[in-house]
Design a protein around this ligand. Structure first.
Ligand SMILES: [Zn+2]
Ligand SMILES: [Zn+2]
Length: 163
């Protein structure tokens, strides 16, 4: 029988090549390859935000109106949870076409915002990580407050707008 593992985080691959080891054509090709994924991911994030806002608005309406059965409050809450949990299963965060690692991993080598290899921890052993080139402070993988334009593992630039 095949064993079944659930990976919350895909195992990390060591990049076979880094950004400076690719030719300009290869780098452009990666960007082209990645464009539909970035567009899809941006759209999905927008849909998620809209659905969550709608669900939150209906919770507020249900609470204010009070003439409806209490159980109805559970319906929009269920929508919120389904969108958050279902969304991350159906639309996993994209992976890098160069090294196959998750792009939403905690910043490691390259700055996901500007692609420079100038990341430093702000405090010796702790988060956040700061980029000396663009000055961004980068916090945590999920629920991140920065945009991803480059792969943090191999440094290839994937998206101008970022997602
Ligand atoms: Zn940077
Ligand atoms: Zn990569």
């Amino acid at each position: 029988m095949k064993s079944f593992h659930v990976y919350w985080k895909a195992p990390e691959n060591k990049p076979s090549r880094h950004q400076h080891e690719y030719s300009a054509e290869e780098l452009n090709r990666f960007k082209e390859l990645f464009a539909p994924t970035a567009a899809k991911f941006r759209k999905h994030t927008h849909i998620q935000v809209v659905l969550i806002l709608l669900a939150m608005a209906s919770v507020v309406i249900l609470v204010v109106r009070q003439d409806m059965a209490d159980e109805w409050i559970l319906a929009p809450l269920a929508v919120i949870f389904t969108v958050i949990i279902g969304g991350s299963i159906v639309f996993p965060e994209p992976t890098c076409p160069g090294c196959n690692n998750s792009l939403s991993d905690i910043p490691r080598e390259y700055c996901p915002e500007c692609g420079s290899r100038t990341l430093r921890r702000k405090y010796r052993f702790f988060f956040p990580i700061q980029c000396l080139s663009c000055g961004k402070t980068l916090t945590g993988g999920k629920g991140r407050r920065y945009k991803i334009r480059a792969c943090t593992h191999c440094g290839i630039h994937l998206d101008d707008k970022g997602f």
